[in-house]
Design a protein around this ligand. Structure first.
Ligand code: UD1
Ligand code: CA
Length: 451
C-alpha cells in the first residue's frame, strides 16, 4: 500500500510578526516548509499535498520548488486542523493507502519516528498519533490514554483541571488510512472553545465507531514547533548543533564548533578542517583534507581535496576550486573555476573566470567582469603568473605560461608564453621629494593651511 503526506501550512503565523508566511522563514538556509517536507519524505509518500492559506502563491511556489509533484491546495478559511486536512481530500480522491499528517512548522520529526508510527499502523491501530512527554505541557492538546489505547485528545482550552495535569501531549502528527481519515473528519464538529474543526477529535469519533487508536511517543525536541522569531532562533541553534555533531562524527575537525554555521545541505569530506567563525550558505561541498580557515563565508561552492580557503575568504555561487587550490585572505571568488594547485592568495576578485592549474594570481588582481550591463568572461590558462594589481578587462584571455607585469591593465588577449606589460615608464626626479616636503612644511609653519 502506498503512502501519502498532507502537510498543514495554512496558519498565519501571527506571532512571527512578519509579512512573510511563517513556513517561508528559513532555517539553515532552507524554508521551514522544505524542512517539514523533508521530514515527511521519510514516510516515502507517493503523493504529497500541502495545505496553504489564501493568497499564498509564494508558499505554493516553495512547495513545488521542493518537488514538482507536490500539490498545493488552498484552505480558503482557517477553520481548524481537521478542516485543513479535508482540503486535501479532492487531491487524494484516487489515492488508497495510509496518510501521514504533519505540520509545516514542525521541521524536526525524525525518520525513525514515522517508521514507528507506520509499524503501529501495521500492528493494527486504525489511528496512530504522535505524542510526547512535555516538560511544560503548556497549551498543547493532551492525550487521554487507557493503557495503550488512546481514548481521545482534549485541547487545552477545552480540558478540565484534571486533564490539564496530563503530561502526554499531542504533537499533531497523525497516521491513518486515507478514506478512514476523511470519513472520521466528516463527523467532527466545531462545538468547542475555539469554534474550530479539530483534527484531534477524530480519535473520539474513531472510538465511537469501534476503531482503535494508539499513541507513539518521541522526544519533545523532535516536535518543536516554531511560532515566533525566538523559537525560530532556538530551532536554528538546535539544528546547527545537530549538524556540527554529525560533521564531527563524519570525521570533520571543527576547531570551535559553536562558531561554525552550516546550511541544511552542507557536505564536508573526511579530514576536512574548519577553523572558527566560518559560515556555509546553501550548496557547498568541501572535499576531503581541505581546510577552511577562520572567518570565511562560502556558498554555492565546491572546494577540492586539500584546498585551503581563507582566512577571511568569500566563495560565492559557482566557485569551483580544484584539488590543492588556495584562496587567501580578502579574496572573493564568484562563478569561477580555480584549477588544481592554483593560488589566489591576497585581496583579489575573481568572477566569471577560469584559472588554469598551477597559475598564480598576484595580490590585488581584479577580473573586471561587469561593464554595467553585461558580464564577461576571463580565461586564464595553466601556469600563468598574474602580477600584483593586474586589472583583467573581460572578455580577455591569458594563454598558458603567460605573465602580466604588476599594475598591468589587460585589455587584449595575451598569447601563450607572452608577458603583458602596460604601465607608464617610471621617471625619477632627483631631490624632488625632499624639496616638495620642505615646501609643504614651510607652508604649514606660516599657518597658511590646516593639516
Ligand atoms: C495543535 C493541536 C494540539 C497540539 C498542537 C501541537 C489541534 C486541534 N490541536 O494545536 O493538540 O498539541 O497542535 O503543536 O489540532 N493549520 C491549518 N489550518 C487551520 C489550522 C491550522 O493549516 O485551519 C495548521 C497550522 O498552520 C499549523 C498546524 O496546522 O501548522 C497547527 O495549527 P495550530 O493553530 O498551531 O494548532 P495548535 O492550536 O497549536
Ligand atoms: Ca501550534
Amino acid at each position: 500500500m502506498g503512502r501519502a503526506l498532507i502537510l498543514l501550512a495554512a496558519g498565519q503565523g501571527t506571532r512571527m510578526n512578519s509579512d512573510l508566511p511563517k513556513v517561508l522563514h528559513t532555517l539553515a538556509g532552507a524554508p521551514l516548509l522544505h524542512h517539514a517536507l523533508n521530514a515527511g519524505s521519510a514516510a516515502e509518500p507517493e503523493r504529497t499535498v500541502v495545505v496553504i492559506g489564501p493568497n499564498q502563491s509564494d508558499v505554493a511556489a516553495a512547495a513545488q520548488g521542493f518537488g514538482e509533484d507536490v500539490v498545493p491546495v488552498e484552505q480558503a478559511e482557517r477553520l481548524g486542523t481537521g478542516h485543513a486536512v479535508l482540503q486535501a481530500r479532492a487531491a487524494l480522491a484516487d489515492f488508497a493507502g495510509d496518510v501521514f499528517v504533519l505540520y509545516g512548522d514542525t521541521p524536526f520529526i525524525k525518520p525513525q519516528t514515522l517508521t514507528r508510527m507506520a509499524e503501529a499502523r501495521a500492528a493494527g491501530s486504525d489511528v496512530v498519533v504522535l505524542g510526547f512527554e512535555a516538560r511544560d505541557p503548556g497549551r498543547y492538546g493532551r492525550l487521554v490514554m487507557a493503557g495503550s489505547r488512546l481514548e481521545r485528545i482534549v485541547e487545552y482550552k477545552d480540558a478540565t483541571e484534571a486533564e490539564r495535569k496530563i503530561n502526554l501531549c499531542n504533537s499533531g502528527v497523525v497516521c491513518a488510512d486515507a478514506s478512514a481519515l476523511f470519513s472520521l473528519i466528516d463527523e467532527v464538529g466545531n462545538d468547542n472553545a475555539s469554534g474550530e474543526y479539530y483534527l484531534t477529535d477524530i480519535v473520539a469519533v474513531a472510538a465511537k465507531r469501534g476503531l482503535s487508536a494508539t499513541a507513539v511517543t518521541c522526544d519533545e525536541a523532535e516536535t518543536l514547533g516554531i511560532n515566533s522569531r525566538a523559537e525560530l532562533a532556538a530551532a536554528e541553534s538546535q539544528f546547527q548543533n545537530e549538524m556540527r555533531l554529525a560533521a564531527m562524527e563524519d570525521g570533520v575537525t571543527l576547531v570551535a564548533p559553536d562558531t561554525v554555521f552550516f546550511s541544511y545541505d552542507t557536505v564536508l569530506g573526511r579530514d576536512a578542517v574548519v577553523e572558527p567563525n566560518v559560515v556555509f550558505g546553501p550548496g557547498v561541498t568541501v572535499e576531503t583534507g581541505a581546510r577552511i580557515r577562520a572567518f570565511s563565508h562560502i556558498e554555492g561552492a565546491h572546494v577540492g581535496a586539500d584546498a585551503i580557503v581563507g582566512p577571511y575568504a568569500r566563495l560565492r555561487p559557482g566557485s569551483e576550486l580544484g584539488n590543492g587550490a588556495r584562496i587567501g585572505n580578502f579574496v572573493e571568488v564568484k562563478a569561477a573555476e580555480i584549477g588544481e594547485g592554483a593560488k589566489v592568495n591576497h585581496l583579489s576578485y575573481v568572477g566569471d573566470a577560469t584559472v588554469g592549474a598551477g597559475s598564480n594570481i598576484g595580490a590585488g588582481t581584479i577580473t573586471c567582469n561587469y561593464d554595467g550591463v553585461f558580464k564577461h568572461q576571463t580565461t586564464i590558462g595553466a601556469d600563468v603568473f598574474v602580477g600584483s594589481n593586474t586589472l583583467l578587462i573581460a572578455p580577455v584571455e591569458l594563454g598558458d605560461r603567460s605573465m602580466t607585469a604588476s599594475g598591468t591593465v589587460v585589455t587584449d588577449d595575451v598569447p601563450r608564453g607572452a608577458m603583458a606589460l602596460s604601465r607608464v615608464r617610471q621617471e625619477n626626479k632627483p631631490g624632488l621629494a625632499e624639496k616638495f616636503m620642505k615646501r609643504l612644511r614651510a607652508l604649514k609653519a606660516r599657518g597658511a593651511k590646516k593639516e
